[in-house]
Ligand binder design. Structure first.
Ligand SMILES: Nc1nc2c(c(=O)[nH]1)N[C@H]1C(S)=C(S)[C@@H](COP(=O)(O)O)O[C@H]1N2
Ligand SMILES: [Mo]
Length: 439
């Protein structure tokens, strides 16, 4: 059993990442920004005889439903198609060890509503009575403790916006694109505002012993998910969280509490968290030995693989929302999401020719570390075939590789940490297909 020191975590990450650092070859053309401010004229249909505007509707002449009707609010029934989705391709023969994908193409801004947050579990969704749940913190600490949920909430709380991404997001696409769908191609992620306590603040009370180098987190669900987190990360920004977008965590997200390891593999964010144990070496739990390692072309596997790399995806247009209704000359907003587990998204470039030329998009709204960042580009539709894609850069100096660059380093056997640029083919008719550009 090799003991891995703290220093080597950075080396493990950089073994792959240095390859994708920005180089002198990095360039974008300057024509982009000006078009963003162009006034948009919509070629709307003639509304003169449109019954939707000239006729009184039933909802304008009768009462709506009473305020007592929906005590926990639900979306409009007309939004019934906006749901998580699952496929047998991504289940292990049952729906317990499976994943429900987030409809990222349906979202606005950077926050995922709780009912749409992607949901991945290895033994079903545990429904835990918080009164019967405890958090045990022990191992290399001066004062081991068992906390009730109320006791835990007495520590000073913070709220932070972060994404959670399964490292297998996009995993089925190492060889070929498999899904004519944004939701299935990239929906193993979501972003929320989490409320909880920094573990470093709990440790001020408990006292960490100097030889503590790793922290095991264990879940109370029937998979008893266990993962080890290096102490530097624990003392940086790891949190125990109990709330998601202002309300208690959903059962799917680990109610009553989960670990949040911002920017790192979703798998480390142990749900239904019941135990933290500090030790001087990693625990080599099943999820970091048999699973969640990345097989390289050399035949060796990367173990202790952590940060989700800089990444992005265009969510509009996409296979679910194509451009078939556009006419030549229409202005349309290209939008998408960018994120990096290494830091803050610094910029996003757009290509219309499969990665030969790039122009810079603008970032919209909040730009936060280890959070989804929305990007936008106003485009004049020409009815020409395109190979449309995005490429994000982060403030840690990383840039997304092409598929070819990624394959050269990582091969095609790995299912984890895929972050090559994603290309949509837009046909002359405005249909959108999932393709891979290998040159
Ligand atoms: N206890 C426990 N924690 C868990 C899991 C699990 O099955 N059991 N799944 C992990 C995996 S693989 C991922 S990607 C994330 C998914 O978080 P989400 O379901 O809130 O989206 O939770 C992680 N935490
Ligand atoms: Mo995962």
């Amino acid at each position: 059993m090799t003991k891995i020191s703290n220093a080597s975590q950075t080396e493990i990450q950089s073994e792959r990442r240095d390859f994708f650092r920005k180089t002198a070859a990095y360039s974008v053309s300057a024509l982009a920004a000006a078009s963003v401010m162009a006034p948009v004229k919509i070629n709307a249909s003639n509304t003169k005889d449109d019954p939707a505007i000239v006729e009184e509707k039933p909802w304008g002449t009768t009462f709506g439903y009473p305020v007592t009707h929906n005590l926990y609010g639900q979306p409009s029934p007309y939004e019934h198609n906006v749901t998580r989705r699952n496929t047998e391709l991504l289940s292990s023969g049952n729906w317990y060890a499976s994943i429900a994908m987030c409809p990222i193409h349906e979202l606005n801004g950077i926050i995922t509503p709780n009912g749409l947050f992607f949901s991945r579990s290895h033994g079903g969704t545990a429904e835990i009575d918080p009164n019967e749940h405890r958090l045990m913190i022990h191992g290399l600490v001066d004062k081991p403790l068992v906390l009730t949920m109320n006791e835990l909430k007495r520590y000073p709380s913070v709220s932070r916006i972060h994404f959670i991404e399964c490292p297998a997001n996009g995993g089925p696409e190492w060889r070929n694109p498999q899904f004519p769908s944004t939701q299935f191609a990239k929906g193993m992620m979501s972003c929320a505002e989490w409320t909880g306590v920094y573990i470093k603040d709990i440790l001020k009370d408990l006292g960490l012993k100097p030889n503590a180098r790793w922290m095991l987190a264990e879940g109370a669900d029937n998979s008893h998910m266990g993962r080890t987190v290096p102490i530097d990360k624990v003392l940086d920004d790891a949190m125990v969280v109990w709330a998601q977008n202002g309300e208690a965590l959903r059962p799917e997200q680990g109610y009553p509490i989960r670990l949040l390891v911002p920017g790192w593999e979703g798998n480390l964010c142990v749900k239904w968290l019941c135990r933290l144990e500090f030790a001087d070496e990693p625990f080599y739990a099943k999820e970091e030995t048999a699973k969640y390692t990345a097989l390289k072309p050399s035949g060796k596997a990367i173990q202790h693989f952590y940060a989700n790399e800089v990444n992005s995806i265009i969510t509009s247009p996409c296979p679910e929302y194509d451009w078939k209704d556009l006419k030549k000359g229409d202005l349309v907003e290209i939008q998408g999401l960018a994120w990096s587990g290494h830091g803050t998204v610094e910029g996003v470039d757009i290509t219309f020719d499969g990665g030969k030329n790039w122009v810079e998009a603008s970032l919209k709204g909040l730009v936060l570390p280890k959070a989804w960042t929305r990007f936008s580009f106003m485009y004049k539709y020409e009815g020409k075939p395109l190979l449309l894609g995005s490429r994000a850069r982060d403030d840690a100096g990383h840039i997304q590789p092409s598929v070819k660059q990624e394959r050269a380093v990582m091969g095609i056997e790995s299912v984890y940490h895929r972050n090559a640029t994603h290309i949509w083919e837009v046909t002359a008719k405005g249909e959108v297909n999932n393709v891979q550009v290998l040159s």
